[in-house]
Design a protein around this ligand. Structure first.
Ligand SMILES: Cc1ncc(COP(=O)(O)O)c(C=O)c1O
Length: 373
């Protein structure tokens, strides 16, 4: 069986009211940050997460920067994060002049290991950012317990995990604050965009202030502090609202795709393993991820090239922070993150993948692994 055209890793599906709402923005001239779609998108997203507040912003990176600023994080402070994440998590901390302190992954979910956090806490630690990696929720209970014990805030970086659930609770409503990305490859997208959810009214007000250059709400063009222009436009929110109205469909499609992969590939767990779904978790399957077993002699990159030649786009798992120049650690000891990163890659997880395409991907993957023992 041959793929007719390249199967992409991810692409947005804009099959709801997105077009209608965007045209409304254009027809009415409401294309900037003020406009009804911004408000509606925020209200509907807060409902979706079950939080009091949702604050839209320009992307998932500034969505992390804003709560750190609102908490007053600055020079000399330390924030605990998983080493196995996308670099935005660490960069947002650096933007504040603070230091990310890295923790290894747990073996099962590949998320931050809750039992390795406490040893990294110092008098300088102000908070923890957990990351629901590839859409699998973090084991939140032990982390919230540690945070309360040491008086730390918890930010959920849910950039990849819209709709994932931890013990029946949707992510974004478990930590003190949560952040989301709506980049084009995410479960739902606004092109570029971000959202912050919280139940903390004062924090929400502070983040809204900082998002809009910190202009005094009672005195136009008066600024008591330095703020940022981190706003989302009405055009982006129009797309976001259309996407959000259909989020159950998007989530169902991802689960359909992941289920077919799991059913076809689990029997080959001598060759590779899939990121598992823990018993307490509802994975959102932003990206289905494969980890090659040592028995497969081809490197991860060789395997990805073989699949590319078959017309199948893949993507390497993230490099852990401690391996890269901005966050390099000389005597790093993060064996799980190193192992997962060096042997893992994402396979196509589009909402529109057909059964035949998934079959084709599975066949080629198994074929190349068996040919490289
Ligand atoms: C874990 C994580 N955090 C933050 C971000 C940043 O989001 P954005 O690209 O919208 O700035 C991403 C983006 O993919 C991400 O994967």
């Amino acid at each position: 069986m041959k793929a007719i055209q390249r199967i992409t890793l991810a692409s947005p599906v804009l099959n709801g009211n997105e077009r209608k709402y965007v045209l409304d923005c254009i027809d009415t001239g409401w294309i900037s940050a003020n406009g009804k779609y911004v408000t509606q998108f925020e209200e509907k997203f807060a409902d979706f997460c079950g939080t009091e507040h949702a604050i839209s912003c320009a992307n998932g990176t500034v969505a992390l920067h804003l709560p750190l600023l609102a908490y007053g994080v600055g020079e000399g402070d330390e924030i605990i994060i998983p080493t196995f994440t996308y670099i935005a998590t660490a960069n947002a901390i650096k933007y504040c002049g603070a230091t990310p302190v890295l923790v290894d992954s747990e073996n099962d979910s590949w998320n931050i290991d809750p039992y390795k956090i406490e040893e990294k806490i110092t008098p300088k630690t102000k908070g923890i950012i957990v990351v629901h990696i590839y859409g699998h929720p973090v084991n939140m209970d032990p982390i919230m317990e540690i945070a309360r014990k040491h008086n730390l805030f918890v930010i959920e970086d849910a950039a990849e995990a819209h709709g994932a659930e931890y013990k029946g609770k949707v992510v974004g409503s478990i930590g003190d604050v949560a952040t989301f990305s709506f980049f084009g490859n995410k479960v739902i997208s606004t092109g570029e965009g971000g959202m912050i959810t919280t139940n903390n009214r004062d924090l929400a007000a502070k983040m809204r202030l900082l998002r809009g250059q910190a202009m005094d709400p009672n005195k136009r063009y008066w600024f008591n502090e330095i703020g940022y222009n981190y706003r989302m436009t009405n055009l982006q929110a129009a797309v976001g609202l259309g996407q959000l109205e259909n989020i159950e469909w998007h989530l169902e499609q991802r689960r359909r795709v992941a289920t077919q992969y799991i059913e076809s590939l689990s029997q080959f767990n001598d060759l590779f393993t899939l990121q598992p779904e823990m018993s307490w978790a509802k994975h959102t399957y932003w990206m289905v991820s494969i980890l090659l077993n040592d028995k497969v002699k081809a490197s991860r990159d060789e395997m990805m090239s073989l699949l590319e030649a078959d017309g199948i786009e893949t993507r390497p798992l993230f490099y852990p922070m401690h391996q890269m120049p901005p966050y390099y650690e000389e005597n790093a000891n993060y064996p799980i993150a190193d192992q997962v990163s060096s042997r893992g890659f994402n396979i196509p997880t589009n909402a529109t993948l057909t059964n035949d395409e998934i079959d084709y991907i599975c066949n080629r993957l198994v074929y190349h692994c068996q040919n490289n023992l």
